[in-house]
Design a protein around this ligand. Sequence first.
Ligand code: SAM
Ligand code: SF4
Length: 319
Amino acid sequence: MLIDKFGRKIEYLRISITDKCNFRCIYCQNKGPFQTIPHREMLTYEEIEEIVKVAVKLGVRRVRLTGGEPLLRREVEVLVKTLANIPGLEDLSLTTNGYFLKEKAKLLWEAGLKRINVSLDTLNPYKFAQITGGFDFKQIWEGILRAWEIGFNPLKINVVVIKDLNDDEILEMAKLTLNYPWEVRFIEFMPIGKNSLWSEGHILSISEIKRRLEEFLPLEETNTYGGGPAKVFRWREGRGKIGFISPLSEHFCYKCNRFRITADGKLRTCLFSDREINLKAYLREGKGSIEEAFILALSFKPEKRELQPTQRGMRAIGG
Ligand code: SAM
Ligand code: SF4
């Protein structure tokens, strides 16, 4: 079992399988040129499988694949199928920008992925292009509908709320839950990487977002699939749920149950901490067993997050 000195049990692993992304979301960019990880430095599918098998043996029950854009990694469905078949892994999920969903949703489903999170910060095609670096809203929307028709459940939509960029659309985004049985989740804008856009003035707190939604209709608390940091509500009139993730205004470090692995195989114990363990040294250079690396990582996990921009950007860490 992976239990740290503050009594937190690690049950959840987020694995970034690539730092490459077709999008250039303005809130996810590091200042200056972005160096991608050379292919030989990335974890192979076999290495990811080995890591997950050890993690499951140590009590991890849930794995999320992320990136960069995970659907850019070649034959991602092969990895999904391998992981979905690991005994003891109860929950496998993936976070995507949705661009390749139309083409990949069926393959992913058949490979054993049953739930998915799609990031979508606006319903306005013009603004969508502005945020993502010129991409077509319709492509993502059709991908989401395709995933829904196939049966992905729960289907969650992640919305990063940024003051003066998309906060005028909070209500419209939440209203999706009146018509669709999806979970729309609002996330506070975080200072990850040397983000040129981030400033305190751009944060809209979750309490303010919630207050604005309650002006429309009262929210009642409900539960979410798989636990996690979101506080989840619904409108009685709706079919879906509305989640709130407040890493800044209300920190949830005391119940943090996760480790992260970057695409180049660095184990991070906290999104906001740059202290990493190089798993490739264990996998490729005989430094020790992966089990030993996990146990060592437990001693690094900070009690609370330090709110200062991290060295790596969100694309490299995986969100
Ligand atoms: N490319 C995929 C996507 O966009 O869903 C997966 C990787 S992305 C880094 C994972 C999540 O992090 C996305 O939901 C994205 O909106 C969110 N994210 C990126 N930068 C963020 C920031 N500075 N604050 C809060 N969330 C952020
Ligand atoms: Fe790419 Fe996701 Fe970052 Fe947007 S948020 S640039 S889609 S990794």
